[in-house]
Design a protein around this ligand. Sequence first.
Ligand code: NAI
Ligand code: MG
Length: 498
Amino acid sequence: MTDLERRQDRAPVPSGWDYAPAPEARDIVTLQERYGVFIGGELVDPKSGEHFATIDPSTEEPLAEVAQAGPKDVDLAVKAARDAYENGWSGLSPAERAKYLFRIARILQERSREFAVLESLNGGKPIKESRDVDLPLSAAHFFYYAGWADKLEYAFPNRTPRPIGVAGQIIPWNFPLLMLAWKVAPALAAGNTVVLKPAETTPLTALLFADVLRQAELPPGVVNILTGDGRTGAEIVKHEDVDKIAFTGSTEVGKAIQRELAGTGKKLTLELGGKAANIIFDDAALDQAVEGIVNGIYFNQGHVCCAGSRLLVQESIYEPVIDKLKERLKTLRLGDPLDKNTDVGAINSKQQLEKIQELVASGEEEGAEIYQPPCRLPERGYWFVPTVFTNVAQSYRVAQEEIFGPVLSVLTFRTPDEAVEKANNTPYGLSAGVWTEKGSRILSIAQQLKAGVIWANTYNRFDPSSPFGGYKESGFGREGGLHGLEPYLELDEPRAGK
Ligand code: NAI
Ligand code: MG
Protein backbone atom coordinates (compact mmCIF):
# COMPACT_ATOMS: atom_id res chain seq x y z
CA MET A 1 0.00 0.00 0.00
CA THR A 2 1.48 3.33 -0.98
CA ASP A 3 1.53 6.27 1.35
CA LEU A 4 -1.11 7.99 -0.72
CA GLU A 5 -3.46 5.03 -0.57
CA ARG A 6 -2.99 4.80 3.19
CA ARG A 7 -3.94 8.44 3.58
CA GLN A 8 -7.03 8.03 1.40
CA ASP A 9 -8.03 5.10 3.49
CA ARG A 10 -8.16 7.29 6.53
CA ALA A 11 -10.03 10.16 4.86
CA PRO A 12 -13.47 10.72 6.43
CA VAL A 13 -16.28 9.28 4.35
CA PRO A 14 -19.10 11.78 3.90
CA SER A 15 -22.47 10.53 5.04
CA GLY A 16 -24.15 11.79 1.89
CA TRP A 17 -23.57 13.74 -1.27
CA ASP A 18 -26.49 16.13 -0.99
CA TYR A 19 -26.13 19.42 -2.76
CA ALA A 20 -26.37 22.59 -0.76
CA PRO A 21 -29.02 24.99 -2.07
CA ALA A 22 -27.62 27.23 -4.82
CA PRO A 23 -30.41 29.65 -5.63
CA GLU A 24 -29.99 32.22 -8.36
CA ALA A 25 -30.87 35.68 -6.99
CA ARG A 26 -34.24 36.77 -8.27
CA ASP A 27 -33.92 40.45 -7.41
CA ILE A 28 -32.43 41.18 -10.83
CA VAL A 29 -36.03 40.99 -12.05
CA THR A 30 -38.32 43.93 -11.42
CA LEU A 31 -41.96 43.16 -12.02
CA GLN A 32 -44.78 45.59 -12.46
CA GLU A 33 -47.97 44.83 -10.64
CA ARG A 34 -49.92 45.05 -13.84
CA TYR A 35 -49.02 45.11 -17.51
CA GLY A 36 -50.79 46.56 -20.51
CA VAL A 37 -50.46 45.56 -24.14
CA PHE A 38 -47.51 46.71 -26.28
CA ILE A 39 -48.93 48.60 -29.25
CA GLY A 40 -47.17 51.22 -31.36
CA GLY A 41 -44.14 51.16 -29.11
CA GLU A 42 -46.02 51.77 -25.84
CA LEU A 43 -47.39 49.58 -23.09
CA VAL A 44 -51.01 50.77 -22.97
CA ASP A 45 -54.08 49.71 -21.03
CA PRO A 46 -56.04 47.12 -22.95
CA LYS A 47 -59.31 48.34 -24.45
CA SER A 48 -60.81 45.07 -23.24
CA GLY A 49 -60.30 46.29 -19.67
CA GLU A 50 -59.53 42.70 -18.67
CA HIS A 51 -56.52 41.32 -16.86
CA PHE A 52 -55.58 37.98 -15.40
CA ALA A 53 -52.90 36.79 -12.98
CA THR A 54 -49.76 35.05 -14.16
CA ILE A 55 -48.09 32.78 -11.64
CA ASP A 56 -44.89 31.01 -10.70
CA PRO A 57 -45.80 27.35 -11.35
CA SER A 58 -43.26 26.13 -8.79
CA THR A 59 -45.05 27.92 -5.93
CA GLU A 60 -48.44 28.89 -7.44
CA GLU A 61 -47.73 32.44 -6.27
CA PRO A 62 -49.02 35.25 -8.48
CA LEU A 63 -46.26 37.29 -10.10
CA ALA A 64 -48.20 40.00 -11.93
CA GLU A 65 -51.42 40.80 -13.75
CA VAL A 66 -51.35 40.79 -17.52
CA ALA A 67 -53.86 41.93 -20.09
CA GLN A 68 -56.41 39.72 -21.77
CA ALA A 69 -56.32 41.52 -25.11
CA GLY A 70 -59.66 41.66 -26.90
CA PRO A 71 -60.76 42.26 -30.50
CA LYS A 72 -60.26 46.04 -30.26
CA ASP A 73 -56.72 45.57 -28.98
CA VAL A 74 -55.98 43.16 -31.80
CA ASP A 75 -57.32 45.64 -34.30
CA LEU A 76 -55.20 48.47 -32.89
CA ALA A 77 -52.09 46.28 -32.89
CA VAL A 78 -52.65 45.21 -36.49
CA LYS A 79 -53.21 48.86 -37.51
CA ALA A 80 -49.97 49.87 -35.77
CA ALA A 81 -48.14 47.05 -37.54
CA ARG A 82 -49.62 48.01 -40.91
CA ASP A 83 -48.72 51.63 -40.42
CA ALA A 84 -45.14 50.78 -39.44
CA TYR A 85 -44.90 48.44 -42.42
CA GLU A 86 -46.08 50.99 -44.95
CA ASN A 87 -44.48 54.05 -43.51
CA GLY A 88 -40.93 53.05 -42.96
CA TRP A 89 -40.01 49.49 -42.11
CA SER A 90 -40.54 47.72 -45.42
CA GLY A 91 -38.81 50.53 -47.27
CA LEU A 92 -35.87 50.78 -44.91
CA SER A 93 -32.59 49.69 -46.39
CA PRO A 94 -31.91 46.07 -45.43
CA ALA A 95 -28.61 47.01 -43.84
CA GLU A 96 -30.47 49.41 -41.53
CA ARG A 97 -32.97 46.70 -40.61
CA ALA A 98 -30.04 44.45 -39.78
CA LYS A 99 -28.67 47.05 -37.35
CA TYR A 100 -31.83 46.84 -35.25
CA LEU A 101 -31.64 43.07 -35.17
CA PHE A 102 -27.99 43.17 -34.13
CA ARG A 103 -28.91 45.64 -31.39
CA ILE A 104 -31.69 43.41 -30.10
CA ALA A 105 -29.29 40.46 -30.06
CA ARG A 106 -26.68 42.43 -28.12
CA ILE A 107 -29.21 43.68 -25.58
CA LEU A 108 -30.52 40.14 -25.04
CA GLN A 109 -26.97 39.06 -24.30
CA GLU A 110 -26.41 41.96 -21.93
CA ARG A 111 -29.66 41.30 -20.09
CA SER A 112 -29.50 37.53 -20.32
CA ARG A 113 -29.42 36.87 -16.58
CA GLU A 114 -32.51 39.00 -16.03
CA PHE A 115 -34.32 37.17 -18.83
CA ALA A 116 -33.17 33.74 -17.66
CA VAL A 117 -34.41 34.34 -14.11
CA LEU A 118 -37.74 35.65 -15.35
CA GLU A 119 -38.15 32.73 -17.78
CA SER A 120 -37.60 30.25 -14.94
CA LEU A 121 -39.87 32.17 -12.56
CA ASN A 122 -42.81 32.34 -14.92
CA GLY A 123 -42.40 29.01 -16.72
CA GLY A 124 -40.88 26.64 -14.17
CA LYS A 125 -37.88 25.54 -16.21
CA PRO A 126 -34.52 25.05 -14.45
CA ILE A 127 -32.34 28.17 -14.45
CA LYS A 128 -29.51 25.99 -15.80
CA GLU A 129 -31.55 25.56 -18.97
CA SER A 130 -32.91 29.08 -19.37
CA ARG A 131 -29.40 30.43 -18.73
CA ASP A 132 -27.48 27.99 -20.93
CA VAL A 133 -29.99 27.15 -23.66
CA ASP A 134 -32.96 29.52 -24.03
CA LEU A 135 -31.06 32.78 -23.70
CA PRO A 136 -27.95 32.05 -25.78
CA LEU A 137 -30.10 30.52 -28.52
CA SER A 138 -32.54 33.44 -28.52
CA ALA A 139 -29.70 35.93 -28.98
CA ALA A 140 -28.12 33.67 -31.59
CA HIS A 141 -31.33 33.71 -33.62
CA PHE A 142 -31.32 37.49 -33.77
CA PHE A 143 -27.62 37.55 -34.69
CA TYR A 144 -28.16 34.93 -37.35
CA TYR A 145 -31.11 36.64 -39.07
CA ALA A 146 -29.48 40.04 -38.70
CA GLY A 147 -26.79 38.61 -40.94
CA TRP A 148 -29.30 37.63 -43.62
CA ALA A 149 -31.25 40.90 -43.70
CA ASP A 150 -29.05 42.55 -46.33
CA LYS A 151 -28.30 39.35 -48.22
CA LEU A 152 -31.76 38.22 -49.25
CA GLU A 153 -30.90 38.66 -52.93
CA TYR A 154 -28.10 36.15 -52.46
CA ALA A 155 -30.23 33.85 -50.34
CA PHE A 156 -32.85 33.64 -53.11
CA PRO A 157 -31.04 34.51 -56.33
CA ASN A 158 -33.23 35.59 -59.26
CA ARG A 159 -36.39 35.39 -57.20
CA THR A 160 -36.84 39.05 -56.19
CA PRO A 161 -37.50 38.57 -52.46
CA ARG A 162 -40.10 40.98 -51.04
CA PRO A 163 -41.65 41.17 -47.57
CA ILE A 164 -45.21 39.98 -47.10
CA GLY A 165 -46.67 42.60 -44.75
CA VAL A 166 -48.05 42.05 -41.26
CA ALA A 167 -47.27 38.72 -39.61
CA GLY A 168 -49.46 37.37 -36.78
CA GLN A 169 -47.40 35.08 -34.57
CA ILE A 170 -48.77 32.83 -31.84
CA ILE A 171 -46.35 31.01 -29.60
CA PRO A 172 -46.46 28.41 -26.81
CA TRP A 173 -45.21 28.28 -23.24
CA ASN A 174 -42.44 25.71 -23.39
CA PHE A 175 -39.71 28.02 -24.74
CA PRO A 176 -41.35 31.43 -24.43
CA LEU A 177 -38.50 33.75 -25.37
CA LEU A 178 -36.86 31.32 -27.77
CA MET A 179 -40.10 30.81 -29.71
CA LEU A 180 -40.47 34.59 -29.81
CA ALA A 181 -36.96 34.84 -31.27
CA TRP A 182 -37.65 32.07 -33.81
CA LYS A 183 -40.68 34.02 -35.00
CA VAL A 184 -39.70 37.68 -34.70
CA ALA A 185 -36.12 37.54 -36.02
CA PRO A 186 -36.81 36.13 -39.52
CA ALA A 187 -39.98 38.20 -39.89
CA LEU A 188 -38.12 41.45 -39.26
CA ALA A 189 -35.07 40.44 -41.28
CA ALA A 190 -37.36 39.89 -44.26
CA GLY A 191 -38.94 43.35 -43.79
CA ASN A 192 -42.29 42.44 -42.21
CA THR A 193 -43.93 43.83 -39.12
CA VAL A 194 -45.37 41.72 -36.34
CA VAL A 195 -48.25 41.18 -33.96
CA LEU A 196 -47.12 38.55 -31.47
CA LYS A 197 -49.07 36.70 -28.81
CA PRO A 198 -47.20 34.80 -26.09
CA ALA A 199 -48.90 31.90 -24.33
CA GLU A 200 -51.23 32.72 -21.45
CA THR A 201 -49.09 30.98 -18.83
CA THR A 202 -45.78 32.59 -19.84
CA PRO A 203 -46.27 36.20 -20.91
CA LEU A 204 -43.57 37.88 -18.84
CA THR A 205 -40.42 37.49 -20.95
CA ALA A 206 -42.32 38.73 -24.00
CA LEU A 207 -43.30 41.82 -22.02
CA LEU A 208 -39.69 42.29 -20.94
CA PHE A 209 -38.74 41.93 -24.59
CA ALA A 210 -40.95 44.95 -25.29
CA ASP A 211 -38.53 46.87 -23.11
CA VAL A 212 -35.62 45.56 -25.19
CA LEU A 213 -37.34 46.87 -28.31
CA ARG A 214 -37.62 50.31 -26.79
CA GLN A 215 -33.99 50.16 -25.71
CA ALA A 216 -33.02 49.21 -29.28
CA GLU A 217 -35.13 52.13 -30.53
CA LEU A 218 -36.98 49.90 -32.92
CA PRO A 219 -39.50 52.10 -34.73
CA PRO A 220 -42.91 52.01 -32.98
CA GLY A 221 -45.35 49.47 -34.38
CA VAL A 222 -42.78 47.17 -35.99
CA VAL A 223 -43.37 44.65 -33.21
CA ASN A 224 -46.59 44.66 -31.17
CA ILE A 225 -47.16 42.26 -28.31
CA LEU A 226 -50.59 41.22 -27.07
CA THR A 227 -51.04 38.99 -24.08
CA GLY A 228 -54.12 36.85 -23.66
CA ASP A 229 -55.37 33.32 -24.06
CA GLY A 230 -56.58 31.41 -27.11
CA ARG A 231 -59.35 33.93 -27.75
CA THR A 232 -56.76 36.61 -28.44
CA GLY A 233 -54.93 34.18 -30.73
CA ALA A 234 -58.11 33.43 -32.63
CA GLU A 235 -58.75 37.18 -33.13
CA ILE A 236 -55.28 37.62 -34.61
CA VAL A 237 -55.81 34.65 -36.92
CA LYS A 238 -59.06 35.97 -38.30
CA HIS A 239 -58.09 39.64 -38.59
CA GLU A 240 -58.48 40.69 -42.24
CA ASP A 241 -55.35 42.78 -42.42
CA VAL A 242 -52.92 40.09 -41.28
CA ASP A 243 -51.00 38.60 -44.21
CA LYS A 244 -49.35 35.64 -42.58
CA ILE A 245 -49.84 33.47 -39.52
CA ALA A 246 -47.05 31.56 -37.81
CA PHE A 247 -48.20 29.22 -35.07
CA THR A 248 -46.47 26.87 -32.66
CA GLY A 249 -48.63 24.82 -30.34
CA SER A 250 -51.06 21.93 -30.27
CA THR A 251 -52.12 19.99 -33.35
CA GLU A 252 -55.73 20.61 -32.39
CA VAL A 253 -55.40 24.41 -32.53
CA GLY A 254 -53.14 24.16 -35.60
CA LYS A 255 -55.90 22.33 -37.44
CA ALA A 256 -58.48 24.90 -36.39
CA ILE A 257 -56.26 27.71 -37.67
CA GLN A 258 -55.75 25.95 -40.97
CA ARG A 259 -59.51 25.56 -41.38
CA GLU A 260 -60.05 29.23 -40.53
CA LEU A 261 -57.48 30.38 -43.09
CA ALA A 262 -58.51 28.08 -45.93
CA GLY A 263 -59.33 30.17 -48.98
CA THR A 264 -58.22 33.50 -47.48
CA GLY A 265 -54.85 33.65 -49.25
CA LYS A 266 -53.09 34.27 -45.96
CA LYS A 267 -49.83 32.41 -45.64
CA LEU A 268 -49.46 29.88 -42.85
CA THR A 269 -46.76 27.89 -41.11
CA LEU A 270 -47.57 25.41 -38.34
CA GLU A 271 -45.15 23.87 -35.89
CA LEU A 272 -47.17 21.33 -33.92
CA GLY A 273 -46.50 18.40 -31.68
CA GLY A 274 -44.43 15.27 -31.93
CA LYS A 275 -43.93 11.74 -30.63
CA ALA A 276 -40.33 11.21 -31.60
CA ALA A 277 -38.55 7.89 -31.66
CA ASN A 278 -35.10 7.76 -30.11
CA ILE A 279 -33.58 4.58 -31.58
CA ILE A 280 -30.72 2.81 -29.82
CA PHE A 281 -28.88 0.11 -31.79
CA ASP A 282 -26.87 -2.59 -30.05
CA ASP A 283 -23.54 -1.15 -31.18
CA ALA A 284 -24.22 2.31 -29.70
CA ALA A 285 -22.03 3.78 -26.99
CA LEU A 286 -24.44 2.99 -24.17
CA ASP A 287 -23.41 5.54 -21.56
CA GLN A 288 -23.62 8.34 -24.11
CA ALA A 289 -26.90 6.97 -25.39
CA VAL A 290 -28.34 6.98 -21.86
CA GLU A 291 -27.34 10.63 -21.52
CA GLY A 292 -29.05 11.29 -24.84
CA ILE A 293 -32.20 9.49 -23.70
CA VAL A 294 -32.30 11.53 -20.49
CA ASN A 295 -31.68 14.79 -22.33
CA GLY A 296 -34.19 13.77 -24.96
CA ILE A 297 -37.15 13.35 -22.62
CA TYR A 298 -36.40 15.05 -19.28
CA PHE A 299 -34.98 18.30 -20.67
CA ASN A 300 -37.46 21.09 -19.90
CA GLN A 301 -39.69 18.57 -18.04
CA GLY A 302 -40.43 16.96 -21.40
CA HIS A 303 -42.31 20.09 -22.52
CA VAL A 304 -40.56 19.81 -25.85
CA CYS A 305 -42.26 19.24 -29.19
CA CYS A 306 -39.25 17.29 -30.48
CA ALA A 307 -38.77 15.31 -27.22
CA GLY A 308 -37.54 11.73 -27.67
CA SER A 309 -40.63 10.39 -25.95
CA ARG A 310 -40.61 6.92 -27.54
CA LEU A 311 -37.44 5.01 -26.80
CA LEU A 312 -36.81 2.19 -29.25
CA VAL A 313 -34.13 -0.15 -27.90
CA GLN A 314 -32.67 -3.10 -29.79
CA GLU A 315 -33.71 -6.22 -27.90
CA SER A 316 -30.18 -7.54 -27.28
CA ILE A 317 -29.25 -4.47 -25.21
CA TYR A 318 -32.61 -3.88 -23.58
CA GLU A 319 -31.56 -4.89 -20.06
CA PRO A 320 -28.31 -2.90 -19.74
CA VAL A 321 -29.96 0.18 -21.26
CA ILE A 322 -32.93 0.08 -18.90
CA ASP A 323 -30.72 -0.65 -15.89
CA LYS A 324 -28.42 2.25 -16.69
CA LEU A 325 -31.36 4.52 -17.37
CA LYS A 326 -32.99 3.72 -14.02
CA GLU A 327 -29.71 4.32 -12.21
CA ARG A 328 -29.30 7.63 -13.99
CA LEU A 329 -32.84 8.75 -13.13
CA LYS A 330 -32.02 8.41 -9.43
CA THR A 331 -29.46 11.19 -9.81
CA LEU A 332 -31.81 13.74 -11.38
CA ARG A 333 -32.54 16.58 -8.99
CA LEU A 334 -36.10 17.83 -9.09
CA GLY A 335 -37.08 21.07 -7.40
CA ASP A 336 -36.74 24.85 -7.29
CA PRO A 337 -36.31 26.06 -10.87
CA LEU A 338 -34.08 28.89 -9.66
CA ASP A 339 -31.63 26.50 -7.99
CA LYS A 340 -28.56 26.13 -10.20
CA ASN A 341 -28.35 22.41 -9.43
CA THR A 342 -31.90 21.61 -10.46
CA ASP A 343 -32.28 19.24 -13.40
CA VAL A 344 -36.06 18.93 -13.50
CA GLY A 345 -38.19 21.96 -12.72
CA ALA A 346 -41.90 22.55 -12.32
CA ILE A 347 -44.62 21.51 -14.75
CA ASN A 348 -45.73 24.64 -16.57
CA SER A 349 -49.37 24.68 -15.50
CA LYS A 350 -52.06 22.84 -13.61
CA GLN A 351 -53.75 22.05 -16.91
CA GLN A 352 -50.57 20.46 -18.28
CA LEU A 353 -49.99 18.53 -15.03
CA GLU A 354 -53.50 17.09 -15.25
CA LYS A 355 -52.93 16.06 -18.84
CA ILE A 356 -49.71 14.24 -17.86
CA GLN A 357 -51.40 12.56 -14.89
CA GLU A 358 -54.29 11.41 -17.03
CA LEU A 359 -52.03 9.91 -19.71
CA VAL A 360 -49.79 8.22 -17.14
CA ALA A 361 -52.86 6.67 -15.49
CA SER A 362 -53.93 5.37 -18.89
CA GLY A 363 -50.50 3.76 -19.35
CA GLU A 364 -50.84 1.88 -16.08
CA GLU A 365 -54.40 0.83 -16.90
CA GLU A 366 -53.44 -0.43 -20.34
CA GLY A 367 -50.77 -2.64 -18.77
CA ALA A 368 -47.44 -0.82 -19.06
CA GLU A 369 -44.97 -1.16 -16.22
CA ILE A 370 -44.13 2.12 -14.51
CA TYR A 371 -40.79 3.14 -12.98
CA GLN A 372 -40.24 6.33 -11.01
CA PRO A 373 -37.09 6.97 -8.96
CA PRO A 374 -37.50 7.83 -5.27
CA CYS A 375 -38.20 11.53 -5.28
CA ARG A 376 -39.66 14.05 -2.84
CA LEU A 377 -41.98 16.54 -4.47
CA PRO A 378 -42.29 20.08 -3.10
CA GLU A 379 -45.57 20.71 -1.32
CA ARG A 380 -46.78 23.57 -3.46
CA GLY A 381 -46.60 24.01 -7.20
CA TYR A 382 -46.96 21.61 -10.11
CA TRP A 383 -44.55 18.69 -10.23
CA PHE A 384 -44.18 15.34 -11.90
CA VAL A 385 -41.56 12.68 -11.15
CA PRO A 386 -39.44 11.60 -14.15
CA THR A 387 -41.15 8.43 -15.34
CA VAL A 388 -40.30 5.44 -17.52
CA PHE A 389 -42.86 3.05 -18.95
CA THR A 390 -41.66 -0.39 -20.05
CA ASN A 391 -43.76 -3.22 -21.51
CA VAL A 392 -45.41 -0.70 -23.78
CA ALA A 393 -47.40 -1.87 -26.80
CA GLN A 394 -47.53 0.39 -29.83
CA SER A 395 -51.28 0.74 -29.45
CA TYR A 396 -51.11 2.19 -25.92
CA ARG A 397 -51.99 5.84 -25.60
CA VAL A 398 -48.59 6.52 -23.98
CA ALA A 399 -46.99 5.29 -27.20
CA GLN A 400 -49.33 7.21 -29.48
CA GLU A 401 -50.18 10.54 -27.88
CA GLU A 402 -47.96 13.46 -27.09
CA ILE A 403 -47.66 13.63 -23.30
CA PHE A 404 -45.51 16.76 -23.21
CA GLY A 405 -44.16 15.81 -19.81
CA PRO A 406 -41.23 13.89 -18.27
CA VAL A 407 -42.57 10.50 -19.32
CA LEU A 408 -40.72 8.03 -21.51
CA SER A 409 -42.31 5.02 -23.22
CA VAL A 410 -39.94 2.17 -24.04
CA LEU A 411 -40.46 -0.21 -26.97
CA THR A 412 -38.08 -2.75 -28.42
CA PHE A 413 -37.07 -3.93 -31.89
CA ARG A 414 -34.95 -6.68 -33.41
CA THR A 415 -33.97 -5.45 -36.89
CA PRO A 416 -33.33 -2.05 -38.45
CA ASP A 417 -36.45 -2.48 -40.61
CA GLU A 418 -38.56 -3.07 -37.55
CA ALA A 419 -37.06 0.02 -35.89
CA VAL A 420 -38.00 2.17 -38.89
CA GLU A 421 -41.48 0.74 -39.08
CA LYS A 422 -42.15 1.37 -35.41
CA ALA A 423 -40.55 4.81 -35.46
CA ASN A 424 -42.78 5.88 -38.35
CA ASN A 425 -45.90 4.41 -36.77
CA THR A 426 -47.19 7.76 -35.55
CA PRO A 427 -49.33 10.55 -36.93
CA TYR A 428 -46.48 12.94 -36.13
CA GLY A 429 -43.18 13.52 -37.90
CA LEU A 430 -41.13 16.17 -36.21
CA SER A 431 -37.90 14.61 -35.00
CA ALA A 432 -36.01 11.40 -34.25
CA GLY A 433 -32.72 10.17 -32.83
CA VAL A 434 -30.44 7.38 -34.00
CA TRP A 435 -27.67 5.91 -31.87
CA THR A 436 -25.16 3.59 -33.54
CA GLU A 437 -21.42 3.49 -34.16
CA LYS A 438 -22.05 2.64 -37.80
CA GLY A 439 -22.12 5.67 -40.09
CA SER A 440 -23.78 3.92 -43.01
CA ARG A 441 -26.60 2.82 -40.75
CA ILE A 442 -27.16 6.38 -39.57
CA LEU A 443 -27.57 7.50 -43.17
CA SER A 444 -29.82 4.65 -44.21
CA ILE A 445 -32.11 4.95 -41.17
CA ALA A 446 -32.25 8.74 -41.42
CA GLN A 447 -33.43 8.45 -45.01
CA GLN A 448 -36.25 6.13 -44.06
CA LEU A 449 -37.52 8.06 -41.05
CA LYS A 450 -40.40 10.43 -41.68
CA ALA A 451 -39.19 13.25 -39.47
CA GLY A 452 -38.11 16.82 -40.13
CA VAL A 453 -35.09 16.72 -37.83
CA ILE A 454 -32.93 13.69 -37.12
CA TRP A 455 -30.12 13.66 -34.60
CA ALA A 456 -27.36 11.07 -34.79
CA ASN A 457 -25.58 10.13 -31.56
CA THR A 458 -26.93 13.24 -29.89
CA TYR A 459 -30.33 14.75 -29.13
CA ASN A 460 -32.07 18.12 -28.78
CA ARG A 461 -29.28 20.08 -30.43
CA PHE A 462 -30.25 23.41 -31.90
CA ASP A 463 -28.57 25.95 -34.06
CA PRO A 464 -30.17 28.97 -35.73
CA SER A 465 -28.64 28.01 -39.05
CA SER A 466 -30.37 24.63 -39.06
CA PRO A 467 -33.98 24.46 -40.29
CA PHE A 468 -36.54 22.91 -37.94
CA GLY A 469 -40.05 21.70 -38.71
CA GLY A 470 -42.22 18.68 -39.33
CA TYR A 471 -44.11 16.30 -41.53
CA LYS A 472 -47.68 15.05 -41.23
CA GLU A 473 -49.48 16.19 -38.06
CA SER A 474 -46.35 17.93 -36.83
CA GLY A 475 -47.11 20.74 -39.25
CA PHE A 476 -45.42 22.40 -42.20
CA GLY A 477 -42.95 25.15 -42.93
CA ARG A 478 -39.47 25.50 -41.49
CA GLU A 479 -38.01 27.79 -38.88
CA GLY A 480 -34.30 28.49 -38.66
CA GLY A 481 -31.78 28.62 -41.43
CA LEU A 482 -32.32 30.00 -44.87
CA HIS A 483 -35.54 27.99 -45.04
CA GLY A 484 -36.88 30.01 -42.12
CA LEU A 485 -36.90 33.18 -44.22
CA GLU A 486 -39.05 31.74 -46.98
CA PRO A 487 -42.38 31.88 -45.12
CA TYR A 488 -41.80 35.61 -44.59
CA LEU A 489 -41.09 36.49 -48.21
CA GLU A 490 -42.89 36.76 -51.51
CA LEU A 491 -40.64 35.06 -54.02
CA ASP A 492 -40.94 34.92 -57.80
CA GLU A 493 -40.88 31.45 -59.31
CA PRO A 494 -37.30 30.37 -59.92
CA ARG A 495 -36.37 31.32 -63.48
CA ALA A 496 -35.16 28.50 -65.67
CA GLY A 497 -31.50 28.39 -66.62
CA LYS A 498 -30.33 30.72 -63.87
P1 NAI B 1 -52.39 25.48 -27.44
O1 NAI B 1 -52.16 25.07 -28.85
O2 NAI B 1 -53.78 25.66 -26.97
O3 NAI B 1 -51.61 26.85 -27.16
C1 NAI B 1 -50.53 27.35 -27.93
C2 NAI B 1 -50.76 28.82 -28.23
O4 NAI B 1 -51.92 28.95 -29.05
C3 NAI B 1 -51.02 29.68 -27.00
O5 NAI B 1 -50.46 30.96 -27.21
C4 NAI B 1 -52.53 29.77 -26.98
O6 NAI B 1 -53.03 30.90 -26.31
C5 NAI B 1 -52.85 29.85 -28.45
N1 NAI B 1 -54.21 29.42 -28.83
C6 NAI B 1 -55.03 28.57 -28.17
N2 NAI B 1 -56.19 28.42 -28.84
C7 NAI B 1 -56.09 29.20 -29.95
C8 NAI B 1 -56.95 29.46 -31.05
N3 NAI B 1 -58.14 28.89 -31.14
N4 NAI B 1 -56.53 30.29 -32.03
C9 NAI B 1 -55.31 30.85 -31.96
N5 NAI B 1 -54.47 30.66 -30.94
C10 NAI B 1 -54.83 29.83 -29.94
O7 NAI B 1 -51.62 24.43 -26.54
P2 NAI B 1 -51.89 24.13 -24.97
O8 NAI B 1 -53.35 24.02 -24.72
O9 NAI B 1 -51.12 25.12 -24.21
O10 NAI B 1 -51.21 22.72 -24.82
C11 NAI B 1 -51.92 21.54 -25.20
C12 NAI B 1 -50.97 20.53 -25.78
O11 NAI B 1 -50.44 21.03 -27.00
C13 NAI B 1 -49.75 20.24 -24.93
O12 NAI B 1 -50.03 19.31 -23.95
C14 NAI B 1 -48.81 19.72 -25.97
O13 NAI B 1 -49.07 18.37 -26.23
C15 NAI B 1 -49.12 20.54 -27.20
N6 NAI B 1 -48.21 21.67 -27.36
C16 NAI B 1 -47.22 21.60 -28.31
C17 NAI B 1 -46.30 22.62 -28.44
C18 NAI B 1 -45.21 22.57 -29.44
O14 NAI B 1 -44.14 23.09 -29.19
N7 NAI B 1 -45.42 22.05 -30.62
C19 NAI B 1 -46.31 23.78 -27.56
C20 NAI B 1 -47.43 23.80 -26.63
C21 NAI B 1 -48.30 22.76 -26.55
MG1 MG C 1 -55.07 24.78 -25.58
